[in-house]
Write a protein of this length. Structure first.
Length: 437
């Protein structure tokens, strides 16, 4: 099959930092960082408190905007290694040509100019000194009064692949596609160039990977794309769960009716290892599963800067933070938000956006010497299963104490409908407006 990724889309992405590796990511020593000069960024006033936010995703962008809206005298600095925003939510639709690239990409400069916060794009954060309250970047040092770490996720391949060289091969050959945007470009190429055989997707174990239904949505849409284009192949979904954790009935309906014969589902697989060179996944339940191409989605962990800031206990993958206040245990000036936090909330766009509203209020209250009541996030999540057909779930969370939560006010529609698909698109537009308008 001939590759059909639009040339303009390639130009927009290949020339930007979203596909560029950071020059100093993890490579600079803290001793070297200490020699850097302080960045001279003007404040609204001499006594303005400064909030530094690392990560301009669904959480960081929302926090920056609403802190400035709540108190224009607060100095806000938002840092991201990319030069523009590429949305992970809704990206599955782009992979199969149901939305264009403009629907996913947004510039960082417009909201910064509109709301009056600093934006440092193409900037890598090298280290954090919490005792001195300083953030070290490849452009210089920033002092902070409050720090928000919202770097999103990173991958933990080591449970399935032991050799570091093999891990690198897996990242390049079979990227997971849950950290934008170079991985997405690669997967779109794979889908459009796939001619025959087995296209494998994996689902990590547990409930702490990015977007619980996203791998199932992706598998369904790729199967629809293969069916539409009469590809002599199938999608094999290797899952460590007994069923999709959410919207299972809707996905099974799609697999049995919309994309029948184009999806094979392997639940309770118990993935033991992945051999990249042999293109083989070893499982407890099904033995070895060979594949021709695909995307290996491994176990997740918090973004690297959360580890560098000393917020993750040895042997853990997520930071030790207060479940209701989001600040680090023992450090009320440092917050971890979005998909990098450790609460058992869905690591998804709507959750990150709604909790960001609360965190902005928390920080503003802290600056003002006040306390506010806890506000749980909301998870409204849509999944497309074909063009003009989608399902959804809507819920919030109830705190049970001791760091534990349960779902609350759960609503869902697991019957694929055109009205749900239209609501999906409008949902995304509304959240984009909230972050960028």
């Amino acid at each position: 099959m001939e590759m059909r990724l639009d040339r303009r889309e390639f130009l927009k992405l290949s020339g930007s930092s979203v596909v560029a590796a950071s020059l100093l990511s993890g490579g600079a020593s803290f001793t070297f960082a200490k020699k850097m000069e302080e960045l001279n960024l003007p404040k609204p006033s001499k006594n303005s408190p400064r909030v530094v936010i690392v990560g301009a995703g669904w959480s960081g962008l929302t926090i920056a905007k609403y802190i400035k809206m709540g108190n224009p005298n607060v100095d806000v600095v938002l840092i991201d290694k990319r030069h523009e925003f590429f949305s992970c939510p809704v990206s599955n639709l782009w992979l199969v040509d149901l939305v264009n690239l403009e629907f996913l990409m947004h510039d960082f400069l417009t909201p910064a100019a509109r709301h009056g916060y600093h934006i440092l794009t193409g900037t890598s954060v090298i280290d954090v000194d919490r005792s001195a309250r300083k953030v070290y970047t490849d452009k210089g040092v920033l002092s902070y009064d409050y720090l928000v770490l919202a770097p999103g996720i990173d991958y933990h391949y080591e449970s399935w692949i032991k050799d570091p060289k093999e891990i690198e091969l897996a990242q390049v050959r079979y990227p997971a596609g849950f950290i934008p945007a170079s991985e997405h470009i690669r997967i779109k190429e794979k889908i459009q160039n796939f001619e025959k055989g087995t296209f494998v997707l994996t689902v990590p174990p547990g409930l702490d990977y990015r977007c619980l239904p996203a791998p199932y949505e992706r598998a369904t849409l790729i199967a629809w794309y293969f069916k539409k284009n009469k590809v002599n192949g199938k999608v094999v979904l290797v899952d460590n769960h007994p069923d999709p954790p959410v919207k299972a009935k809707g996905f099974h309906y799609a697999w049995d009716n919309i994309v029948k014969d184009y999806v094979e589902y392997y639940p309770n697989a118990g993935i033991k290892s992945v051999d990249v060179n042999k293109r083989r996944i070893s499982t407890e339940a099904y033995g070895d599963i060979d594949f021709d191409d695909g995307a290996i989605y491994p176990i997740c962990k918090a973004g690297e800067i959360v580890f560098k800031a000393g917020l993750v206990k040895k042997g853990e993958r997520w930071p030790d933070i207060d479940p209701l206040k989001y600040h680090a245990v023992g450090d009320e000036r440092v917050y971890v938000t979005g998909d990098a936090r450790n609460q058992p909330f869905s690591k998804s766009g709507n959750t990150s956006n709604t909790e960001a509203h609360y965190i902005a209020k928390l920080i503003l209250a802290k600056i003002a010497g006040k306390e506010i009541a806890y506000e749980p996030p909301r998870t409204l999540c849509y999944s497309a299963v074909a063009p003009q057909e989608a399902i959804w779930i809507d819920l919030t969370y109830k705190y049970l104490g001791n760091g534990k939560f349960e779902f609350a006010n759960v609503k869902m529609d697991e019957q694929p409908k055109e009205s749900n698909y239209k609501a999906y698109i409008e949902w995304a537009k509304g959240l984009y407006r909230d972050m960028f308008a």
